[in-house]
Design a protein around this ligand. Structure first.
Ligand code: S3P
Ligand code: PEP
Length: 403
């Protein structure tokens, strides 16, 4: 097993950093650029496992992609809605967005497409999306449990029409459907049944679709209409720095009473996770922003907070990792859906904080963390990048933490 010992900082952090592009925007832009007619250039694109699997899948579907990691650029030669490959065996690793978005993309094709991921991906929910795709003309053959990877999608175009979709475990299935809907044979109307989690990501989807020339009509919180026949326009698109990734750097300023400036990320970001700045402000940090950077300065003493993180749930681990240093209880509410991500993130945060000697209470959809002394330990990541990044911040404050 690889381990990384985190060197504690014995002084406040003082740094200006540049953060790679947003994963969520990179993968959305890859999908819509693949459907546009002609060449798109994505700048400040993210190069990571999730986006590389995504790009590889798109390429296997017959849509040429040129990766230039040195310049953080991806060129996509979109095929105007055509999926040239009639057969493909696609692997998405543990990338939820790739799993959901590529499953929807192949429904526009004409052929048979097998999709699979790592063992944990085989446990993550896919069924509600596949039910809609089946109603819209696809046949899906599950190799194991119904509603889970691996499966083969036999498609002959997507009919569009009226659908109901559950989105209480993930919003990504809704985002996936929204993005393919303009290429359906008829108009699409999607009604979300019950709760819609991670709403900020659906807003991001609609915003990115608009940036590429397609309109989504939203009625209330839960109904979405997309007219058939709209077409994405190929373009140059600059991906914003990843706000979720920036959270670790801002958290470093918060816990060490230091200062971190993130270049090119502003409060105007279309990423919901930019609201991390509000969380830190409520905990006593000072925020300075301009039209080209955001800067966080940590206080002498962080304060506790009671917060609903449904919409910004990728930040639960960041908040969990700095919670022991607050002056009073940290309560994180309404995040049952993080049990379906790279790992069960409620359980993982609770287990690792307890390993550090921190008192935590676990509930089905929330956690309550009591600040107190931290005993160094080796942190288990459960193959979840956010466990590693978040607890590395704890390690800046407490000598002896190993990831
Ligand atoms: O659409 C997206 O890009 C994402 C949506 C969220 O997932 P859920 O909708 O599953 O909560 C988020 O956690 C994930 O990192 C990225
Ligand atoms: C949940 C995440 O990713 P995904 O769902 O795309 O695997 C994440 O990056 O925190």
């Amino acid at each position: 097993m690889d381990t990384i010992a985190i060197p504690a900082l014995n002084r406040p952090v003082d740094a200006t950093v540049e953060i790679p592009g947003s994963k969520s925007l990179t993968n959305r832009a890859l999908l819509v650029a693949a459907l546009a007619q002609g060449d798109s250039l994505l700048e400040n694109a993210l190069f990571s496992e999730d986006s590389e699997y995504f790009a590889k899948c798109v390429e296997q579907l017959g849509i040429p992609i040129t990766l230039n990691p040195d310049l953080a650029q991806i060129r996509v030669a979109g095929r105007g809605g055509d999926i040239p490959a009639k057969q493909a065996d696609l692997f998405v690793g543990l990338a939820g967005t790739a799993a959901r978005f590529i499953s929807a993309l192949v429904a526009l094709g004409n052929g048979e497409y097998r999709l699979d991921g790592v063992p944990r991906m085989r446990e993550r929910p896919m069924g509600d999306l596949l039910t809609v795709l089946q109603t819209g003309g696809a046949t899906v053959n599950f190799e194991g449990n119904s509603g889970f990877m691996p499966y083969t999608v036999y498609s002959q175009g997507f009919t569009g029409g009226n659908f109901r979709l559950k989105a209480n475990q993930t919003s990504q299935q809704l985002s996936a459907l929204l993005m393919i809907a303009p290429y359906a044979q008829q108009d699409t109307n999607i009604e979300v049944e019950g709760t819609l989690v991670s709403q900020s990501y659906v807003k991001m989807t609609c915003r990115l679709m608009a940036d590429f020339g397609v309109e989504v009509i939203q009625i209330g919180d839960n109904q979405f209409q997309i007219k058939a026949g709209q077409r994405y326009q190929a373009r140059h698109y600059t991906v914003e720095p990843d706000a979720s990734n920036a959270s670790y750097f801002f958290a470093a300023a918060a816990v060490t009473g230091g200062r971190v400036r993130v270049k090119h990320l502003t409060k105007q970001s279309c990423q919901g996770d930019i609201l991390w700045l509000n969380v830190l402000e409520q905990m006593g940090c000072q925020i300075k922003d301009s039209d080209d950077y955001t800067e966080v300065t940590g206080p002498k003493q962080l304060q506790g907070i009671d917060i609903d993180m449904n919409d910004i749930s990728d930040l639960v681990q960041t908040l969990g990792a700095i919670a022991p240093f607050a002056s009073s209880t940290i309560t994180i509410r309404n995040v049952e859906h993080i049990r379906y991500k790279e790992t069960d993130r409620i359980k993982a945060v609770v287990t690792e904080l307890r390993r550090l000697g921190v008192q935590v209470e676990e509930f089905p959809d929330q956690l309550k963390i009591e600040p107190g002394p931290v005993t160094p330990a080796a942190i288990e990541t459960y193959h979840d990048h956010r466990m590693a990044m978040a607890f590395a911040v704890t390690g800046l404050k407490v000598p002896g933490i190993v990831i």
